[in-house]
Design a protein around this ligand. Structure first.
Ligand code: UD1
Length: 351
């Protein structure tokens, strides 16, 4: 059985929003990490903040590298061997739905090539344990909530299809080579920030997602929130989603990794990471108002094309397999998101 304290984990995309929180939780659990990031959509300042939160006596290494570039595969293999990696959490990739519709090839090429090079490198380094950052977006609009992992997979945009194809690729890899242990984590809607206020989401340009948008309205950077439709068949007519605090989500990765590293059987598995209940847009706005004590002007506008009325997780498998469940409330998500926004109104800037 692997000793927890000696696990040495590669974290691709470890400077990003979710990656930075995963890095902090892996370090808190006693692991050593090697962050691999090309900083295309993240800031090196996040690395300083990870170190600051994790404190002294942690082993954090950084490799600035674009894994979508095949020429970098050898560099990763060398780094993985040198580091003594025994597994990876893979979060590197492009993630904007609208952008993926406009530039599908860029999405397929970047996300799939990056995964391909990582898997090849892990194979060469003999580190065949992988936690993959998938998304509930793989379910599309084909299922009744709560959605479990046996739900139909039918992503509705190129970004979602990259997640789906990568899951399929990883399932094939695991069935072909019995040394692999793989977990596809299907995230619901990650929001919030680290309670320290030092790491959080730093969207470039106008945010597409609800929480970053609300936060920018609350801080006065944008005038009002547009609520996309109030005529859905939901209790208050607005869309319902399963929001999950990013720290809970990050701990879900540590739990998944622990499970993979210690279980007997190999292969690939798919696991939802969600709270298991939904909140409407109006509930989220009301909770954010309470947490921030700010007025958050809203207007109802037309539905956003491609949105569905309601989706939330059946979170039972993560509880059964990993003994993991969410601990933080919608209020915690808003309080922590607000602290990050207030203390870092322009995102990551040198102190
Ligand atoms: C979106 C992506 C999903 C991605 C996830 C990351 C789409 C179709 N899906 O999910 O692939 O994994 O983000 O968290 O884009 N809303 C407003 N006003 C806004 C923004 C959002 O009313 O300005 C509403 C939406 O209609 C929805 C809810 O808020 O009901 C959540 O939206 P959002 O945060 O964008 O997440 P999803 O659409 O669920």
């Amino acid at each position: 059985m692997a000793e927890q304290a000696t696990d040495r984990i590669i974290v691709t995309g470890g400077a990003g929003y979710i990656g930075a929180h995963v890095a902090v939780e892996l370090l808190a659990s006693g692991r050593s990490i090697l962050i691999v990031d090309n900083f295309a959509n993240s800031s090196p300042i996040a690395i300083d903040r990870i170190r600051e939160i994790a404190g002294d006596d942690v082993d954090v290494r950084v490799l600035a590298l674009d894994l979508a570039d095949d020429a970098n595969r050898e560099k990763l293999i060398e780094a993985a061997i040198d580091f003594g990696a025994n597994g990876a959490v893979h979060l590197a990739g492009l993630k904007a739905v609208g952008e993926s519709v406009a530039a599908p090839l860029r999405y397929y090429e970047t996300n799939i090539r990056t995964t391909f090079n990582l898997v090849r490198a892990l194979e060469a380094a003999g580190a065949r344990t992988l936690v993959f950052s998938s998304s509930a977006t793989v379910y599309g609009d084909a299922n009744q909530s709560p959605v479990n992992e046996a739900g139909r997979l039918s992503p509705t945009n190129p970004y979602g299809r990259t997640k789906f194809f990568i899951e399929e690729m990883l399932r094939d890899v695991a069935s072909a080579d019995a040394h692999w242990r793989i977990c596809n984590l299907r995230y619901f809607n990650p929001v919030g920030a680290h309670p320290s206020g030092r790491i959080g989401e730093d969207p470039k340009g106008p945010p597409n997602n609800l929480f970053p948008y609300i936060a920018q309205v609350a801080v006065g950077r944008r005038e009002k929130l547009s609520i996309f439709g109030d005529d859905y068949p939901t209790p208050d007519g607005t869309g319902v989603r399963d929001y999950i605090h990013v720290v809970d989500l990050a701990r879900g990765h540590v739990a998944a990794l622990q499970y993979l590293l210690t279980r007997e059987e190999k292969g690939a598995l798919d696991v939802n990471l969600g709270a298991g209940r939904g909140h409407s847009v109006l509930e989220a706005v009301a909770a954010f108002r309470r947490a921030s004590n700010r007025d958050i002007p809203t207007q109802i506008v037309a539905r956003r094309p491609g949105d569905i009325a309601e989706i939330y997780a059946d979170a039972g498998r993560a509880a059964d397999l990993f003994g993991w469940k969410t601990e933080k409330s919608l209020h915690d998500m808003c309080t922590d998101h607000w602290r990050w926004q207030r203390e870092n109104p322009s995102g990551y800037v040198e102190d």
